[in-house]
Write a protein that binds this ligand. Structure first.
Ligand code: GLU
Length: 496
């Protein structure tokens, strides 16, 4: 039987670097074995999934060069490849009904309030949180009558009450073993008739002829349910293989707060797809001769699923930058030039309007816009201190503006544009000015410090290193919250 593998991302938010990692492993395994690589979109959670996000997954996979043989936008004999379209064909309902008729699944009529109360009781009694199986014994004829009368219900699997689930994953020394009594009667079909991930994934893997499900280890807990579903639906289960999750340096699951996780971010930053793929490959699969730099084609030729490292590969951005540098410096001059253009042009149309009033020649853009492209700027300490005030004053000001902007940036509804930022800083100025009214020399100094003219100059120097710049709030908006907050911090250091 020829190998068929898939990735099955859910299109919520930006495409994730973890999807690229799992995609790369599946792709190489398929190619090495002359098999097919399938992309399926799992969008049964309609509250969180969007078509834009699905499109971004297709684009990212193509950008990386991980071409799939079958998928929503390329077609194939097992379509549709989007689960919401399959729901409309009634595919999952048929299988849920089959389990019910066999006596392997049942209707559960618990209301959300009842389920909440159940959880609260279990929490209070320090018991594991799981459905207490209270509707498992309802006669099917009675259940059907209640459903026909319009009572909302879900369909749950009848997990075994005794025995142990055991599975040996080829990448793990220890078998997965779990007593069945600890495994929930999983909801398979929700009250709106849509399937949960578990039912939909198992049914689709079967119908799409998937031979190996290679996915992240966060799905290990779901494995008993998936094997059980395969068995009770009369399917031959695919081989399930669970690879390590990408991790932050502190070994936690890779997260936005500690590492950029969006593939769109890497692309915008100018990372070359070859470098990103090489880096991801190194996290999971060493090269037999120990080399660290290789192409996708070279990896494909030596790829062995059994060589995958499952011990929490740590995502080290520094290492990725290092590889990126190597790839970049080897680019053909023409390709390099186009990368430079891409980097400059990406910000060009947003920045040019800020400078055009002050430009005489096109080339003026180069020095005027420099602080916006640079990683950092070096303001002179003396430029940061307004006349008649001292370093401490300037530091105090920078500290408070930094804190205010940081708090603002953390708000979910924050809009990082000039009018909003103007409002935020002016509110701070008003608050401060009200506090510092008085006649003492120190109060007068503080009153001067919190005058817009003084404050704007200090911020301008801290953010651009120059005493002249485009309007301050346009400057802050264009720098973005990360660079703004960082530069305000660096300027404070200069004043120590
Ligand atoms: N839809 C799941 C996800 O978003 C797929 C998990 C699997 O590969 O089975 O990761």
């Amino acid at each position: 039987m020829s190998v068929r593998v898939r990735i099955a991302p859910s299109p919520t938010g930006d495409p994730h670097v973890g999807t690229a990692y799992i995609g790369l492993i599946n792709y190489c395994f398929a190619k090495r074995n002359g098999g097919a690589f399938v992309l399926r979109i799992e969008d049964t959670d309609q509250t969180r999934c969007t078509p834009e996000s699905a499109q971004a997954i297709f684009d990212s996979m193509k950008w990386l060069g991980l071409r799939y043989d079958e998928g929503p936008d390329v077609g194939g004999p097992h379509g549709p490849y989007v689960q919401s379209e399959r729901v409309k064909l009634g595919i999952y309902r048929t299988y849920a009904d089959r389990l019910v008729e066999q006596g392997d699944a049942y209707y559960c009529f618990c209301t959300p309030a009842e389920l909440e109360a159940m959880k609260a009781r279990q929490r209070a009694a320090n018991q594991p949180i799981m459905y207490d199986r209270r509707h498992r014994g309802i006669e099917l004829s009675e259940a059907k009558a209640r459903a026909a009368a319009g009572e909302p219900y879900v369909i749950r699997m009848k997990a075994p009450l005794e025995g142990e689930f055991v599975y040996k994953d080829r990448l793990r020394k220890q078998a997965v073993a779990k007593p069945w009594k600890d495994i929930d009667d999983q909801v398979l079909l929700k009250s709106d008739g849509w399937p949960t991930y578990h039912l939909a994934a198992v049914v689709d893997d079967h119908l799409m002829g998937i031979t190996h499900v290679i996915r992240a280890e966060e799905w290990l807990n779901s494995l008993p349910k998936h094997i059980w579903l395969n068995e009770h639906l009369g399917f031959t289960p695919p081989e399930y293989v669970h690879v390590g999750l990408l991790r932050n340096a502190d070994k936690s699951k890779i997260s936005k707060r500690k590492n950029p996780t969006s593939l769109l971010w890497y692309r915008r930053q100018g990372f070359l797809p070859e470098a990103l793929l090489n880096f991801l490959a190194l996290l999971g699969h060493s090269f037999p001769d120990g080399r660290e730099k290789f192409t996708l084609a070279e990896l494909q030729a030596v790829f062995e699923l059994d060589r995958i490292n499952v011990a929490g590969p740590v995502f080290d951005l520094q290492k990725l930058r290092h590889l990126q540098g190597q790839y970049f410096r080897e680019l053909e001059p023409e390709k390099m030039l186009s990368e430079v253009h891409r980097a400059v042009d990406a910000r060009f149309s947003a920045l040019l309007p800020l400078f055009k009033e002050r430009m005489t020649f096109g080339g003026d853009f180069i020095w005027q816009a420099e602080p916006f492209y640079a990683d950092s700027v070096s303001p002179h300490a003396e430029d940061l201190v307004p006349k008649g005030l001292d370093r401490q004053h300037a530091r105090l000001l920078l500290e408070q503006v930094q804190l205010t902007l940081k708090n603002y940036a953390a708000l979910e509804q924050a809009v990082w544009d000039a009018p909003h930022l103007d409002g935020v800083v002016r509110t701070l100025i008003e608050e401060r000015s009200a506090i510092v009214e008085g006649d003492s020399p120190e109060k007068q100094a503080l009153a001067k410090l919190w005058q817009p003219k003084t404050l704007f100059m200090v911020l301008r120097v801290a953010l651009t290193g120059k005493r002249e710049s485009p309007p301050l709030f346009d400057t802050i908006a264009q720098l973005g919250s990360g660079k703004t907050i960082e530069r305000l911090g660096v300027a404070q250091q200069k004043l120590r």
